[in-house]
Design a protein around this ligand. Structure first.
Ligand SMILES: [Zn+2]
Length: 501
């Protein structure tokens, strides 16, 4: 008996002593920006799902945790490009997998969630709140949960209540994704080591704008975002975030919001003061939230581009912006360029896997005549008959799921895509063997130019085209957003104190 007792005691100590004080952090994530105006749903096959060690590869935050000697338990990280609402089964299968991994994980000190923030799943009012509720049910309140977001997330107070730390990108166009994820993880580790119990104060500010009116490097957001690191440096405050929100998700939580993270309960009044200060400044400056580039209809944008002395003019087909969940197969701008006889232009690109297949069958250097586009967006788009020469067909890349083709039409190089994506950087053009600066007009399916193109574009015009990401949001058939909201209800009154009473 005695020896058995000693053996048990030894086993007990060796288990508890195995990794003394070693923190255990579990990670998970469902990243999606759901556009409820796009009727085509996002399904499991649209997601790139990473599990286990694949989650950690090449991630700065994972490298940090490793260097700090922290045990990481990666579960499921699912990521899909912006598109229609996520089907219920897909969301539920991700949630089940995350919850079952949590229940198998044993002791967990903290959880890091890698989110976008604008997830909307069929059958759920607020799938992100459902996710955090399900996680809390499993781990209780003692485990700290830190989450990082794209600032285009739509945050609800219920969701935020389940989180100890919220941190969002501070740049739009985004250049600080990796930095933000690292910050979420560092804050979590600091809080665990210092035995803090952070709490987040949150407010939905009733402002609904497209991201193109919420650029962080121009006023009025510039000076607001510049305050965030200063607030985060204050004693007792861990971080502060401003969400621009996602206006093409028709849900009550859509719109701008602000969060300040208090180190613990003691600093909640201070965090609330900062929240009040930021929210009031944002509200007072709301009329300054405007597009930072010229906008026009297709005809006007092309006119201006042709008359411009700029060597290259980027025209963004903003209604069909795939980075905001639109279809990417609208042919309106291409049709207009062809009808007007414009030459020396690129249209990059139009999503049409069948057309890419036809190019492959025809072969490089051969003539092709076919109908393209208008298959996904059948509401605003229509197909277009084209004739040209196949210039290039790339090999399928299983990692990126890409297989672009280039067809030369009368003076216009058209990129056809198998995948829904926008050309956001010079690298995207390199991949198809084109240099955008060799052309007078470059049409891309974006709202604002992402930073890589911004850096090289001599001039940009945003074409206010129809599509599932219509920039004229006042024309959208909203049914579920909270009203009143600025600028749809332009004369509305709002006050931070009254809202918090
Ligand atoms: Zn974003």
């Amino acid at each position: 008996m005695l020896s058995l007792g000693l053996a048990c005691l030894f086993l007990f100590f060796s288990c508890t002593r195995k990794e003394p004080g070693k923190l255990r952090i579990l990670t998970a994530g469902i990243r999606h920006e759901s556009n409820t105006f796009n009727p085509v749903l996002t399904t499991s096959k649209d997601f790139i799902v990473k599990r286990g060690s694949a989650v950690l590869e090449g991630e700065e935050w994972a490298g940090y945790l490793k260097n700090e000697g922290i045990e990481v338990i990666p579960t499921l990280h699912a990521d899909a490009g912006p598109y229609g609402v996520v089907v219920r089964d897909t969301y539920e299968s991700f949630r089940s997998e995350i919850i079952s991994k949590i229940s198998e994980a044993g002791r967990i000190d903290g959880i890091y969630l890698d989110m976008h923030g604008a997830l909307h799943a069929g059958g759920y009012q607020d799938a992100q709140s459902d996710l955090i509720r399900s996680i809390r049910k499993e781990v209780g309140d003692a485990v700290l949960i830190s989450a990082s977001f794209d600032l285009h997330g739509n945050m609800s107070s219920e969701f935020v209540r389940g989180l100890n730390i919220v941190t969002a990108y501070r740049t739009a166009p985004h250049v600080d994704g990796s930095q933000t994820r690292l910050r979420a993880v560092r804050l979590l580790v600091n809080a665990l080591r210092n035995k803090w119990k952070p709490e987040v104060v949150h407010i939905n500010v009733p402002i609904l704008i497209p991201g193109e009116k919420g650029i962080t490097s121009v006023e009025p957001l510039k000076s607001l975002y510049e305050q965030l690191p200063e607030i985060a440096d204050q004693e007792g405050i861990l971080d502060a975030s401003i969400f621009v929100g996602m206006p093409w998700t028709d849900v009550p939580r859509a719109g701008m919001s602000i969060q300040v993270v208090a180190q613990d309960e003691l600093y909640l009044p201070k965090a609330r003061n900062e929240l009040h200060r930021l929210a009031t400044q944002l509200w007072d400056k709301r009329s300054g939230l405007q597009f930072d580039v010229p906008t026009d209809n297709i005809e006007g944008a092309v006119d201006t581009a042709l008359k411009s002395e700029a060597s290259t003019v980027f025209i963004t087909d903003s209604g069909d912006n795939t980075t905001a969940g639109a279809a990417g197969d609208n042919t309106l701008v291409l049709g207009y360029l062809l009808s007007r006889g414009v030459r020396n232009a690129i249209v990059a690109g139009i999503v049409d896997p069948q057309a890419v297949q036809r190019c492959e069958e025809a072969g490089v250097g051969n003539e092709i005549s076919m109908t393209i586009g208008g298959r996904i967006d059948t509401v605003f788009g229509k197909s277009l008959r084209i004739s040209g020469i196949v210039k290039r067909v790339a090999n399928y890349d299983s990692l990126t799921r890409r297989k672009p083709a280039v067809v030369e039409l009368d003076g216009i190089d058209l990129v056809l895509l198998t995948d829904r994506r926008s050309f956001i950087s010079p690298r995207d053009f390199e991949e198809v063997g084109l240099n955008p600066l060799d052309y007078k007009i470059v049409v891309v399916k974006l709202g604002y130019l992402f930073q890589g193109l911004r850096d090289i574009a001599p001039m940009a015009i945003m074409a206010l085209t129809p599509g599932f990401a219509n920039q004229a949001i006042e024309r959208l058939p909203y049914r579920n957003i909270n009203r009143p909201v600025y600028p749809l209800d332009e004369d509305m009154q709002w006050d931070f104190v009254a809202t918090n009473e």
